[in-house]
Design a protein around this ligand. Structure first.
Ligand SMILES: Nc1ncnc2c1ncn2[C@@H]1O[C@H](COP(=O)(O)OP(=O)(O)O)[C@@H](O)[C@H]1O
Ligand SMILES: CC(=O)OP(=O)(O)O
Ligand SMILES: [Mg+2]
Length: 398
């Protein structure tokens, strides 16, 4: 059975078509830099052990437009992988915010769509685009089952002292205000890979997902016990366009003394901050280029970015009472060796010792980049949210 997975992130769409239960990827691809200059689609087709790559450069202004182009690539032209929409039995969608309603993969119906819409304001960069992708897929694959897999699901095991905020219970009961946590599908996938590679089910793991959004999770016995994103995907680490942790007093100050509206504040913290706000671009590759040209703001952006990750590693070492492994994953975690080096620098007290040659030599597969004498393994693991979503879809439908 063919399962198409659509993973819409804040700046990208990733997709894969799988033959299940063979776990075989028929094609995969990504639409990157959506809404910013230099957007492109990279589409790879796997046939008879050969990989054909098609690259299309064109400005893609939004996720709906990007997905329509991808669906055309699947069914049209010499590299088509399906002949008719009915060839796709199920479409698995990444949905970022599931609130407290969804702990596992869920068949999408009108009620589920309404819940996803209700959560738009809590994940403004994500739930609206996830929803748009569901609508486009429903229109294209009318006979397919549509399934949602939520970023929040893996974090449902977080204990109450970590998920509750120190405000009166009424706000939790009436307004569901609590830590939800995000990137759960990625943290689940990479931590399972790590546990398998370490051969120890009760491993203490810190998983660091550095994409356009960034989050870090403490994992014990395969379960999430704390994570840096909270009520929405805005808190914690410094991200592409999001500030991460900021003292709420800043918000009161800007409202009271600079006349900021809620909308302006949301735009500031979600879309104009992080690497973009400090360093001039949301894309780490641009930041690296700016640094090579001597740009001090870009340099500062990296310093903030790495420092914040380091601070959370220390905090989660305490929460876990030790660390067996840390994992770097996602766009920046997998590709930017300098970030990995900056984060691991001077963490010897925690037993984290990076092997520089192994860090430089990393090649897109699970690799331990720690020194032989490092107490903690430093793993780089390519995330595969699409595969995880396809597996959960398959299990739900069978
Ligand atoms: N070769 C690279 N070097 C450094 N950073 C990279 C590289 N390739 C991708 N990235 C970074 O990865 C980020 C996107 O990560 P990704 O996990 O794809 O994000 P998302 O899923 O949140 O859209 C980009 O913003 C870019 O900064
Ligand atoms: C939850 C989140 O931040 O997702 P992304 O990294 O795809 O933006
Ligand atoms: Mg992502």
């Amino acid at each position: 059975m063919n399962i198409l997975v659509i993973n819409s992130g804040s700046s990208s769409i990733k997709y894969q078509l799988f033959k299940m239960p063979l776990q075989q990827a028929v094609c995969s691809g990504l639409v990157e830099r959506i809404g910013i200059e230099g957007s492109f689609i990279k589409h790879s087709v796997f046939k008879n052990q050969e990989k054909t790559v098609i690259e299309i450069e064109a400005f893609i202004s939004n996720h709906g437009e990007g997905l329509k182009q991808v669906l055309a690539l699947l069914s049209e032209g010499e590299h088509a992988v399906i002949s008719k929409p009915e060839d796709v039995v199920a479409v698995g969608h990444r949905v970022v915010h599931g609130g407290e309603h969804f702990a596992g993969a869920t068949l999408i119906n009108d009620e589920v769509k309404q819940q996803i819409r209700k959560l738009f304001s809590l994940a403004p960069l994500h739930n609206p685009v996830n929803y748009k992708c569901i609508e486009v897929a429903e229109q294209t694959f009318t006979s397919a089952k549509q399934v949602a897999v939520f970023d929040t699901a893996f974090h449902q095991t977080i204990p109450r002292q970590a998920f509750r905020y120190a405000i009166p219970e009424w706000y939790y009961k009436e307004h569901s205000i609590r830590v939800y946590g995000f990137h759960g599908t990625s943290h689940k996938y990479v931590s399972e890979q790590a546990i398998h590679s370490l051969g120890k089910a009760d491993s203490k793991i810190i998983s660091i997902h550095l994409g356009n959004g960034c989050s870090i999770t403490a994992i014990k016995n395969g379960q999430s016990i704390d994570t840096s994103m909270g009520f929405g995907p805005l808190s914690g680490l410094v991200m592409g366009t999001r500030s991460g942790d900021i003292d709420p007093s800043v918000i009161f100050h800007l409202m009271e003394h600079a006349g900021y509206t809620l909308e302006q504040l949301s735009t500031l913290l979600n879309k104009q901050s992080g690497l973009l706000g400090v360093g001039g671009s949301s894309d780490m590759r641009d930041i690296r280029k700016l640094i090579s040209e001597g740009n001090e703001n870009a340099k500062l952006a990296i310093e903030l970015y790495a420092y914040r990750i380091k601070k959370f590693i220390g905090s989660y070492a305490a929460v876990l009472n030790g660390i067996d492994a840390i994992i770097f994953t996602a766009g920046v975690g997998e590709n930017d060796l300098e970030i990995r080096a900056a984060v691991c620098k001077e963490l010897s007290y925690l037993g984290i010792e990076l092997d520089e040659a192994k860090n430089k030599g990393y090649k897109q597969e699970l690799t331990d980049i720690s020194r032989a004498d490092s107490k903690v393994k430093i793993l780089v693991i390519p995330t595969n949210e699409e595969y995880e979503i396809a597996s959960q879809c398959f299990n739900l439908l069978n």
